[in-house]
Write a protein that binds this ligand. Structure first.
Ligand SMILES: [Zn+2]
Length: 454
């Protein structure tokens, strides 16, 4: 089955443009399955997941938690998929693994470098170093971990507003060591790692740029047709992929993502064991929902390409490109407008041909003090910003108030708080995007603290 998976994926890629309209129109009916446009969980619910053991069949268990771990038992030892977070909960998950593993852990497959998947890895370091456990990951795992490791102070400053209860900016915090661990069995695209343990067949597949980063791997159990996908689909299911995560990571390639989803469709799994929230079951539903996610990305790609060729600006495309109802999926984590900009920037890079000034080092904010002086102070800006706000233009209000950064008066802060509260209530009532809400809340906290003189 696997030998034919890639040629079929390639073939379906070539016919995708032709068949897109038909497939998307008929997706629900064709598989007798409705695909929900939204999901009943939010990304922040992850932090309240308790440790529990959920059997998927008689030898595969999900060890639930903020970052779930899968345990696969065989007569010759066990295999783990992912290692959970570095937080205290990890110890409870390890206890559950010890209680349910029928033999020694022989292999640990880490689906990608993110801390909720690799965070428990250091606890297995001595067995990995001793050669008792094989540490399997994508060959790009080392590269992605290196970026994370070298830029830790930079990333922590970006993570802090989004995860204030999870991130410490204390320079004396204990160093994270798990980024330094390299896979003892790297897996390369186009070269599956197939092995058998205790009579169970395993196939580790390394797509190019699958899911949340270029180091995402999949584990396929061909006999029971369970596919372990890590964060290929992100934390929610089904959702629009996070092609650009606002906390800051390399862009994720939309065309490679589509190919990875075609690969999933060709495997035709009966169960998708993805790391977060529920395990997905039922071939028909899996086919319908994966097609929906794939076609949604294809739609956004096509629309962005059309817009770019027609000379639209990235800002116009962020405003205008929206998923049709037949392709609606949750944007609680990935967001279409951010993905539009990601696609644009993947193709074009940072120079937008908007102003020659952007070829040089003086930023647009360099003249803000001049502008504040010329208009006669921050209060005048606040007054005009308030007019925008009254006319339901909170974004124009924010742009104007940004000019007063460093010259904030009480009025500037008060109007800013009002404008951000408006954006926050829109965000909550609309897409409920986790990162958008997180950054708006952080902005509110900062304005309120400045207003209080903190
Ligand atoms: Zn994750």
């Amino acid at each position: 089955m696997l030998a034919t998976a890639r040629p079929i994926a390639f073939f379906s890629y070539t016919i995708r443009l032709l068949s897109l309209a038909i497939v998307t129109f008929s997706v629900g009916e064709a598989f007798g399955q409705d695909v929900e446009a939204d999901v009943d969980v939010r990304v922040d619910d992850l932090q309240s997941l308790e440790v529990s053991v959920q059997p998927i069949n008689d030898f595969v268990f999900k060890i639930e938690g903020e970052g779930a771990i899968f345990l696969i038992n065989t007569s010759e030892g066990s295999v783990l998929v992912d290692t959970g977070t570095p937080y205290a909960q990890n110890e409870q998950q390890r206890t559950a693994i010890r209680e349910h593993a029928t033999g020694p852990i022989k292999k640990i497959i880490v689906t990608h470098f993110h801390g909720d998947h690799s965070g428990g890895l250091p606890k297995w370091k001595s067995e990995i170093d001793a050669g008792e456990i094989e540490f399997v990951a994508h060959h790009r795992y080392t590269y992605m971990s290196r970026i994370q490791d070298e830029l830790t102070p930079f990333f922590l400053r970006r993570y802090y507003p989004l995860y204030p209860t999870r991130v410490s900016l204390d320079p004396n915090r204990p160093p994270s060591v798990h980024w330094e661990m390299e896979p003892t069995r790297p897996v390369f695209p186009g070269s599956d790692y197939a092995f058998e343990l205790g009579g169970v067949k395993f196939v580790v597949i390394a797509p190019e740029n699958g899911g949340e980063g270029e180091d995402g791997v999949l584990l396929w159990l061909p006999e029971s047709r369970i596919l372990f996908t890590g964060d290929l689909f992100g934390p929610l299911y089904p959702m629009f992929p996070n092609l650009y995560t606002i906390r800051g990571e390399k862009y994720r390639d939309p065309l490679d993502y589509i190919d990875a989803l075609d690969l999933v469709l060709d495997l035709n799994p009966a169960v998708i064991a993805h790391t977060h929230f529920r395990v997905i079951e039922g071939e028909d539903y899996i086919q319908a929902s994966v097609r929906r996610m794939r076609d949604a990305v294809q739609y956004v790609w096509d629309e962005t390409v059309l817009g770019m060729n027609a000379g639209k600006t990235v800002w116009e495309m962020m405003r205008d490109i929206q998923l049709p109802e037949t392709l609606a999926v949750s944007q609680g984590h990935g967001k279409v407008s951010w993905s539009v900009r990601a696609i644009h920037d993947i193709i074009t890079g940072w120079y937008y041909y908007d102003t020659i000034a952007n070829m040089y080092h003086v930023p647009p904010t360099a003249i803000n003090d001049d502008l504040v002086d010329l208009v006669g102070g921050g209060d005048v800006l606040a007054q005009r910003a308030k007019a925008h706000l009254r006319a339901d233009r909170p974004l124009e209000a924010i742009r104007l108030l940004d000019v007063a950064t460093g010259n904030e008066t009480k009025a500037v802060l008060e109007v800013r708080i009002e404008a951000v509260e408006k954006l926050l209530s829109n965000a909550r009532a609309g897409l409920a995007n986790y990162s958008e809400i997180g950054l708006l809340k952080a902005d509110l906290r900062a304005s309120r603290a400045t207003l209080k003189g903190e």
